[in-house]
Structures are given as structure tokens and as C-alpha cells.
Design a protein around this ligand. Sequence first.
Ligand code: ZN
Length: 344
Amino acid sequence: MWEVFGHEKALKALTTGLEQGRLAHAYLFAGPAHVGKMTLAVNLAQAVNCREAERPCGECNACRRIKGGKHTDVQVVSRLADEGGRTKADISIDQVREFERQANLKAYEGQCRVFIIEDAEKMTTEAANCLLKTLEEPPPQVLLLLLTSKERQLLPTIVSRCRRIEMKPLPVSAVEQALQERWQAPPDKARVLARLSAGRLGWAMTAHLDNKVLEERSHRLARFIEVASAPRSQRLAYAAELAAQFGRGADSVDETLELWCGWWRDLLLVKGGGQRLIANVNLEPSVNDEAAQSELATIRRFLQSLDDAGRQLERRANPLLVLEVLMLSLPHRSKEREVEASPA
Ligand SMILES: [Zn+2]
């Protein structure tokens, strides 16, 4: 049974390939973080190694070992941790060389060796060039699955040698339904988390199971709103703080920028009469208040600045400079207004 929820088009392409024995040797799963790429990749690794009539069965020894990360023929290549336990910024050439060495060995316990490269855009240029050789001359019985939320950062030569499977965010109603049916979330909580998730089921599920996710989200948003009413020196200090985080691996900065985009998009929606579509439903009174105090042109301008900053960071521009410019373009906010979250 395929565990991935939604993504019918992606599933159709893969199941057709499986049934006809025409799977590509390499796939690129492209889509936002927490949308379901890893779940689909693990499911596909099960499907090519499962011997039951309906693959993946999810029950046989191979399926269970693959799901538990214990199957010797299925490996996930991801960024390693440094000595302090923090995730490193890149996937190194040594990691790629090691999995290529293993890819040339015969499958040990299954039928097909599967290598899942998580955050494939994080490969160094040397690592990506090394991988290119394997993509050009793939060993038999090897399936490469590259996962990325930043496709534009991948070498075009890598993208062109993989079959591309796009994974878009799910409809909010589908996330709400999945939270209630699969994880027994209460209806009110499911509604709020589905809206906050912007269609990323993995995020919604994690936030449902771990309250810290929402706390962290509220903390980041509060910090940003506080900075909006702070003097220039504090804004620049905050930009420096974010740039330092970015240097240690960009994930948290990406999430912060996405969060801000969501907040400003909500202001735009309220201004444009799309109140019922806002994401920050747990902050609705504050969103309404902020929208009432902001000019439409100001909101648009700052959303454009956020978009520009995101693109520049993706193109590996100087992060400190990009974030300083962004902080200086943040519209000033009067201090009296408070933002309070209601419990999800
Ligand atoms: Zn099975």
C-alpha cells in the first residue's frame, strides 16, 4: 500500500512505470519541504524490492525493513552532523563517492539497490559533478532518487538526466482530512494546522504530534513583528543573526522567510476581501488589525522584497547583505499594537 497521501499524478507515473517494467534509473522529486517527498521515495524503494502481488505491500520483511531504515540495499544520503551535532551545510564529494562505490555492488538482500539523496541541492559542485558520471552510466539494478525543495540550485545537467516528478502542496482540505483520519486530530486543531501548513502534510503532522513546532513558529513570528517596530540598529543586528544561521545551513532561515511571506500574504488577502483564505487563522484578530493599519501598496512592496531576498539567497548571494537590505525595507510598525496567538 502506498502510504503517501494525495499526489495522485506522481503516483500514477510511478505505478505505471512499475507495472510496465519501465521505471527510469533516476528520478527527481521536486516540491516544497515537508510535502511528502521522502514518504514517496521510501514507498518506491519498498515497491521495487517487495515480492508480493500488490507492491508495496507494507507488510513483508523487505517492506518493513525498508520503512525502519534497516534494509541494506536502501540508503538515504543526507547532510551529516558536525561535531557539535549540527547539520552540515553540504553533502560532500566523499559521501557521493561512497554511495557510488556501493551502487556498483550487487544487491545484497533485495532486488534493487536504492539510494535516496535528501536535499540534493546541497551537494557541493564537486559532489554534483561526481554524481553526474553515475547518472550518465548507471549501474544495473540501481535506482537513484534525488529529493529537492530548491530545484533551481541543482546543476541543469543533473536535472536533465533524471525523470522529474513534481510534488505540489496538497489542498488545505485534504491536509485537514488526513490529520483527522490518520492521526485522529480534533477537528478544530486539524483546521488550524491545515491552514498553517499551506498544504504540506508532513509539517502539519509533525506540528500535531509535537507542540514545540507551533511554539517555535509563534516565537519566530513574534520576533519578526517586534523587529518591525525596532530602530535600525536592532534590525541590522537581527539581519546579522539570521545571516549567521544561514551560514550554518539555510533551513531555519528559509522557514523564517516562508513564515513572513505567509504573514504578509494574509495581510494582502484581508485587504483584497479574501479573509476566509488566510493561513494564520490562530492569529486572525492581529492579522485584521495589521491589515487595517497597512497600505495595500506597502504590503505589495514588502512581499516583493521578500521574494527578491529568497531568490537572491537561492542564487547564493551574500546572505548578510541580502538580509540587511530586507530588514531595512521592512515597513515600520508602531509599537503599541500587540500580536497574540490563540491556542491551536
Ligand atoms: Zn512488501
